[in-house]
Design a protein around this ligand. Structure first.
Ligand SMILES: CC(C)(COP(=O)(O)OP(=O)(O)OC[C@H]1O[C@@H](n2cnc3c(N)ncnc32)[C@H](O)[C@@H]1O)[C@@H](O)C(=O)NCCC(=O)NCCS
Ligand SMILES: Nc1ncnc2c1ncn2[C@@H]1O[C@H](COP(=O)(O)OP(=O)(O)OP(=O)(O)O)[C@@H](O)[C@H]1O
Length: 186
């Protein structure tokens, strides 16, 4: 099976590109969606989060407090590592199960949208090719402010918690430039 990794910076346009691919009939596994699945109530990752980070990261409803966890991840590098070490193994397990289903159903081609493909490293070895979706840092900030209502400071802490987009572009097999209108994305 040909597995294409798709990555980039926060808000550089990965989901916009995968949306176009899905419309063309390509199978896409969305890492952010998987990350949501593995912390649902009753899942191992959520229990580990409770044990290692305390009840503060759990809402009354029993769900993970995403805002609180985001505050931790994007402002405290050592705690970010801790959260990653809890959630990422569960994300990979889930993805491998999904890939296995694709294998059994004889799919030839799948795209894996993983924001932290280069940062976490583990999945890189399974990729036949890696695509990086890029735009400028200013565009990331502007798009994040518009989409999520974040302050400029919040945008910067998120962008700086990841490997720089320039560095990712140097490592990529293919770079998709998403700095123009989506219709011009090439
Ligand atoms: C921090 C959380 C709660 C924020 O949730 P929220 O709904 O606000 O944002 P969402 O999940 O859509 O993520 C938005 C973007 O943030 C960036 N991001 C998320 N987690 C991380 C991280 N650990 N390190 C750096 N950037 C990250 C990615 O670019 C991602 O696309 C959530 O992202 C999370 O659970 N992160 C830990 C799991 C993870 O590493 N996911 C991303 C890789 S698959
Ligand atoms: N070429 C573009 N021109 C203008 N706005 C865009 C363009 N591409 C994407 N956007 C907008 O920028 C925001 C971020 O795009 P998108 O969600 O595709 O990025 P992402 O890389 O998947 O983000 P994340 O890292 O948070 O998952 C969205 O609101 C999207 O509509």
């Amino acid at each position: 099976m040909f597995i294409v990794g798709l990555t980039g910076g926060i808000a550089s346009g990965k989901s916009s590109v995968t949306k176009m691919l899905t419309q063309l009939g390509v199978d896409v596994i969305d890492g952010d969606l998987v990350a949501r699945e593995v912390v649902k109530p009753g899942m191992k990752a959520l229990e580990l989060m409770r044990q290692r980070l305390g009840e503060d990261v759990i809402l009354e409803s029993g769900e993970m407090d995403r805002k609180r966890v985001a505050d931790i991840i994007f402002n405290d590098p050592s705690k970010r590592q801790l959260v990653n070490s809890i959630i990422h193994p569960q994300i990979y397990k889930y993805i491998f199960r999904q890939l296995f289903v694709y294998l059994l159903t004889l799919r030839q081609f799948v795209v894996l949208d993983l924001p932290l493909l280069y940062e976490s490293g583990k999945m890189r070895q399974y990729m036949s090719q890696i695509i990086v979706v890029k735009c400028s840092r200013e565009q990331q900030i502007q798009r994040l402010m518009q989409r999520n209502d974040y302050t400029e400071e919040e945008c910067i802490s998120r962008i700086d918690s990841q490997m720089s987009l320039d560095e990712k572009c140097l490592l990529a097999d293919i770079v998709i430039d998403n700095s123009q209108d989506l219709i011009h994305t090439d």
